[in-house]
Design a protein around this ligand. Structure first.
Ligand SMILES: [Zn+2]
Length: 324
């Protein structure tokens, strides 16, 4: 069986293959364009959507080193084949499925969600002998409310703010979350203002067929009667007077999140799978060996072992713990 190792990214020593390493490598697979999965490799494999997003965020020189592998097509490596499957996380996000010459299969999820979002490809889950999965929300208290009630929460937040003459400001990460929030508010009558970083990425979404509403550039002096969508990093520049602020994040189901973010409300819309989704995902893949990474990786691996799976966290030392 392939034995993945965590070395600031997923490393498969048997195949000499890196996935999402944080440091520059001669060659690596990049699962999606979020910054914590991207480093300036000499050459990288990614979906065409991810390469286009990287072009906007990281520049032409780096994007030109990308080898595009569309979903469903095969990349032939030395002793293995790679196919990318939609991970449902953000536009172009991919799960990496490997088949060795001996017929063994391996799946690395990157970040994923099983809920069908409004601005990302629907997830497709292949089967594999070995699974490396992200477990950001791998504890039982992380159960997101139904999508419909989250949509209602977004509209109720906007209505409440506007009814008292305040501007509703929705804080959402520029890549992925912002585009889903834009889809949520597109039918509303108010003009929508977005931060420049979101506007730039929206062009890529539109190019790949995701229809997004028309927006105006963010202008702090003329926000009245508008809905504002901007990344959390801009919050410190926002003149808070006459604004009502909501953070859009899966962490919103923690009661303390509102105070932690310093906002009026937190709306629990996530780009990641919640705890029940993670369990369901494990069932669907049907792997014999499971490795967890990110977030509650030790806890989720322990949960899986209680359910008789062979599961270990990849970057923590629970494997050692059980040996002594
Ligand atoms: Zn991500």
């Amino acid at each position: 069986m392939l034995k993945p190792v965590y070395r600031g990214g997923i490393w498969l020593p048997e195949l000499g293959l890196w996935m999402d390493p944080h440091k520059r490598k001669p060659f690596a697979v990049i699962s999606h364009a979020h910054g914590d999965h991207v480093a300036r490799h000499e050459c990288f494999l990614a979906t065409p959507e991810t390469i286009a997003l990287i072009r906007v965020r990281n520049g032409n020189a780096f994007a030109d080193r990308g080898v595009a592998l569309p979903f469903g097509e095969v990349y032939q490596g030395k002793g293995y084949r790679i196919q990318l499957y939609p991970a449902g996380h953000v536009l172009g996000s991919a799960m990496v499925h490997l088949t060795t010459e001996g017929g063994e299969t391996f799946l690395y999820t990157g970040d994923f969600k099983t809920r069908v979002g409004l601005s990302a490809e629907a997830i497709q889950i292949p089967q594999a002998n070995t699974l490396v999965m992200e477990t950001t929300f791998g504890k039982p208290n992380y159960v997101f409310p139904p999508f419909e009630s989250t949509c209602e929460q977004v509209h109720a937040f906007c209505d409440r703010a506007l009814s008292v003459g305040k501007t509703p400001v929705l804080l959402a990460y520029s890549l992925g979350k912002a585009q889903e929030v834009l889809k949520l508010v597109e039918a509303r009558s108010q003009p929508i203002m977005v931060h420049r970083t979101i506007q730039e990425l929206n062009q890529v979404y539109r190019y790949f067929g995701i229809d997004l509403p028309t927006t105006r550039p963010l202008d702090f002096l003329n926000m009245r009667d508008c809905i504002v969508v901007m990344p959390p990093a801009v919050l410190k520049k926002l003149p808070r007077k006459n604004c009502s602020i909501a953070m859009v994040s899966g962490w919103g189901i923690d009661d303390s999140a509102k105070y932690r973010y310093g906002v009026d409300e937190v709306i629990p819309l996530s780009d990641h799978a919640d705890y029940p989704d993670l369990l369901q995902f494990v069932d669907t893949v049907g792997a014999e060996e499971i490795y967890t990474t990110h977030g509650w990786e030790r806890e989720f691996a322990a949960t899986l072992r209680q359910k008789a799976y062979s599961a270990w966290s990849l970057s923590k030392d629970d494997q050692m713990e059980l040996m002594f």
